[in-house]
Write a new protein. Structure first.
Length: 496
């Protein structure tokens, strides 16, 4: 069996396992099957990436050749994202077992079944070459995620899940309307076929409207400013394990799909030369970088603080896209990968504290540096990565973003990147100061260090932040290959 035959199983493994896990009793057995399914998807994705970097892989279902039939179409771009999603799911599960045992009481089969559906949907979105199947897998993932957010023990989790459902449904509707416009104008749903047929009708208002609907719909899923309002509450009140998983995966898939539509379906010559999309994205990116960082600086709930930080980090990714160059798109893919490592590590550390003290408010973190030194040190080190300190993964993606800005002649963007990075120092320092520079109040109980089931995965993520800050062969190579695939041969870029 060659790698092409294995490709569908990266989606099928978690999808089939979801049905099995839902009926399994107890706690350990559902988690074990879930972890094996996620790990299997990660292994398949790891074998797929080298092959997809060399040549685009296609798996037509039912032996119906595209564009008549549905296909999985995998190249360097989505193979890179699929590996990230499956790997983050597996690492999140290692951390999540201990956390879920505390937060989800009773039989956990249905909870892990929903998780597997969400994972299967995210992988399906990433690998499919059919626009309507993007919508189908998006709905599978989204519906499962809404239910997972509602599992939070805080009653506000229900309201957060409902708001997420409303905003997510609006985003999915916009995406579907855009796809419907494309199908009306071309008579096909296959992405590669759309890319060939769209040039004949691209000057029509229907095609322009399709692009607008798709960007707004995916912008909602991406939490791109000003379409981010669902994100803070969803992250803050979801179970800690779900926050860890979503922070490392959901917005990354949404960005990938947006890039796939902009660059592959519509083509950069249309999106950025005929239409002023580069300017629009740059304005939204800079606004997101500043607004997200500014609001994060004043949050007292740390999970909300990190959620607003994610809005700022999405701004960095979109900024790289708006430069419309190989170096800019490479920086965007790099930060897509590195931010998953950073934010997963940060939420794991915060989740470990919440496991012990039951609170995410900064006031309750006072003096924890002495009582939970391993956990708070992990948070501080991951904080260095989100700031962009050299030797961390965060520094690498910001460095490439600065190089891309200088290459395009936008030196002023370098100043903005540095300024927003300094704003990250402020909100990370607030937690470090509370934990290490203040005494534990007498009215607050003493706290034990987090259990090894939480500490070991957290430190694995912290170690990965430094490993990929020192050895960039995999990340930079894969990100550069993904950017080249998206831009296509012969594209020289445009001035923003």
């Amino acid at each position: 069996m060659n790698i092409i035959d294995l490709m569908p199983f990266s989606v099928l493994l978690p999808l089939i396992a979801a049905g099995v896990v839902a009926i399994l009793p107890g706690r350990t057995l559902p988690w074990t099957v879930t972890f094996l399914a996620a790990l299997g998807s990660a292994v398949i994705a790891a074998f797929t990436l080298p092959a997809a970097t060399e040549v685009t892989l296609s798996y037509p279902f039912g032996n119906w050749p595209p564009p008549i039939g549905i296909e999985y179409r995998v190249d360097a771009a989505n193979a890179f994202v699929a590996l990230l999603i499956a790997s983050m799911a597996s690492l999140s599960l290692l951390w999540g077992k201990t956390s879920v045992n505390q937060e989800v009481l009773g039989r956990q089969g249905p909870f892990y079944a929903l998780f597997l559906l969400a994972l299967s949907g995210l992988l399906g979105i990433t690998l499919t070459g059919d626009t309507f199947n993007v919508f189908v897998f998006l709905e599978i993932s989204s519906l499962a995620t809404y239910a997972l957010v509602a599992y939070g023990r805080d009653r506000r989790a229900l309201l957060a899940a409902f708001r997420y459902l409303i905003m997510g449904t609006v985003g999915a509707t916009f995406l579907l309307i855009g796809i419907a416009f494309l199908y009306t104008m071309t008579g096909t749903l296959n992405m590669a076929d759309l890319a060939e047929r769209l040039p004949e009708v691209r000057d029509t208002r229907a095609v322009r409207a399709a692009l607008a609907f798709i960007i707004v719909g995916l912008g909602l899923k991406l939490a791109m400013l000003p379409l981010h309002l669902w994100l803070p509450n969803a992250y803050a009140y979801a179970p800690n394990f779900i926050t860890v998983f979503l922070a490392g995966t959901a917005t990354k898939v949404a960005l990938y799909v947006m890039l796939r539509f902009i660059f592959t379906v519509f083509a950069p010559d249309y999106s950025f030369v005929v239409l002023p999309l580069a300017t629009v994205l740059m304005v939204l990116a800079v606004a997101g970088m500043f607004a997200g960082s500014w609001v994060a600086m004043f949050q007292v709930h740390i999970k909300r603080m990190l959620a607003y930080s994610s809005v700022a980090q999405v701004g960095y990714m979109v900024l790289g896209v708006s430069l419309v160059s190989l170096s800019g798109l490479t920086a965007a893919f790099l930060h897509l990968f590195n931010h998953a490592l950073i934010k997963t590590a940060l939420f794991m550390a915060i989740g470990s504290v919440i496991y012990r003290i039951g609170s995410a408010k900064i006031d309750n973190f006072r003096g924890l540096g002495r009582q939970m030194p391993w956990t708070m040190t992990a948070f501080a080190l991951a904080g260095l990565s989100i700031i962009g300190v050299p030797t961390t993964a965060g520094f690498i993606s910001k460095w490439y973003l600065i190089l891309a800005a200088l290459e395009s002649g936008a030196w002023w963007l370098v100043a903005l990147i540095v300024m927003t990075s300094m704003m990250a120092v402020v909100y990370i320092w607030r937690i470090v100061e509370a934990a290490w520079m203040t005494e534990r109040p007498a009215d607050l109980p003493a706290v034990k260090e987090a259990p090894l089931g939480l500490l070991i995965p957290t430190w694995i993520m912290v170690a990965l932040n430094f490993y990929f800050g020192l050895d960039t062969r995999l990340t930079v190579g894969a990100a550069s290959a993904a950017a080249e695939v998206m831009l296509g041969p012969g594209f020289s870029g445009v001035s923003p």
